[in-house]
Design a protein around this ligand. Sequence first.
Ligand code: NAD
Length: 489
Amino acid sequence: ATATRALFMLFGATGDLAKRKLYPSIFNLYKKGYIDNKHFALIGTGRREWSNDKFHDVVFESVKDNAESEDQAKDFASHFYYMSHDVTNPEHYDALSEYANKLDAEYDAQGNRIFYISMAPNFFGTVAKNLKAHNCLSNNGGFNRLIIEKPFGRDYESAEELNNALGKSFNENQVYRIDHYLGKEMVQNIIALRFGNPLIEGMWNNKYIKNVQVTLSEKLGVEERAGYYDGAGALRDMTQNHTMQMLSILTMEEPVSFKDIDVRSEKIRALRSMRIYTPDEARENFVRGQYGKNGDQADYRHEDNVPEDSNTETYVAGKVMFDNQRWANVPFYVRTGKMLADKFTRIDIVFKKPIIDIFAAAGKQSGDLQNNVLTLFVDPVNKVILHLNGKKAGQGMEMQPLDLTHTQSDEEKAATPEPYERLIHDAILGDATNFASWDEVSRAWKFADVIRNVWDTDKPDFPNYTPGSMGPKAADDLLARDGNEWIKK
Ligand code: NAD
């Protein structure tokens, strides 16, 4: 492992994400030697008045279960420095800049700086602008990189405004927009499976593929996120970002190389061929839902912090089309929702059947030949199943389904880093492959905005699905219209 020297500056250091995900991830990188143990420090800021000792305790608590010894966890925590800071007060950045220079010299970080904004999105632009204006970026040849949490805007306009604010301080190639789905093993495996296997890539087009289905299913309701969620809805929360990112990887052409710049340009090209609907097409091709009551489970409108007349969708299903030679006429069905039957993420690639079924003609099978389906299980287990037709054992030639299954082993699982660990590691290496670029994000917003505007205008008939189901009936009808059905019912 190459150990990178770096000074981190984390905004939102007292927050939930920092404790749950960021400290454990940075600790793993430290433990594995990806971060130079001698030349690393982190300045954490938050509104609270914490001492360095208090900060060390918090960091220690969040990593200790993962440490080889107590000393290792303490040693790690000793690299952390706290500064109480109001991000809206410009003067504070002068103090921050001074502190950063002091620690940079003390740890000989050589001007490598990673700024991580883990705060409410309305602060992203303010922080980025002030960092540059108050000389918090190094200027001695080290790198300056900005990692930024989601959501990136709430429509095209606000996203563009935010992007312009970031652009005042950072170039596009210094900005790392987190979409943690891109840090998932199986999402990265899509690229390996496609471009490492002529067997798969050779069939990865409209000649052989009938449709593709991407499902992000959640079992829980809004829980304590209602305040944020009710102002966002499933389209913004899941479809515009995670689903679009997966679609771009599924549909892109083969990149010239696996370098970030080459992968990005293919993802962008794929998204540029994604059909942006007219309002009428949006009505036809997208379905929304909101969960109703089921036994003790309150309907969405009676959850805590949700207005009783809320028209926010907790479910989205839709059909996405890519107008290019490879994908013309292949529907990409996407769906996501809360309070569904189970928690999982999966991608089903449904292949066409043989044009002529020689077995049926000879009466050699019960039922039809089935569609070949390649299923990529992203969550909760990493698994690949290729669903084929094969011969039933015995005399004669009767056909039956035959599944080839690969499940991630316990060893592979142990070797799989958490998305945040992997993404922070990529950022310290300067590899932006698994981050969302502005061109991707903006295209996805343009697509989502049409649907959003229609839904903000038309009155929905909510609630329309039962907790524990896989969503409203209209989502099944959407596929049935094309002669298709959801593989996972
Ligand atoms: P949080 O509310 O727990 O923490 C917010 C942090 O911001 C705190 O450290 C607080 O002190 C700081 N802060 C707020 N106002 C401030 C101000 N004026 N000046 C200085 N500091 C201020 O939030 P969180 O759950 O940690 O989420 C952080 C970001 O990560 C958000 O953008 C969120 O959308 C994103 N995110 C969170 C999760 C999660 O699981 N919590 C998952 C994905 C993305």
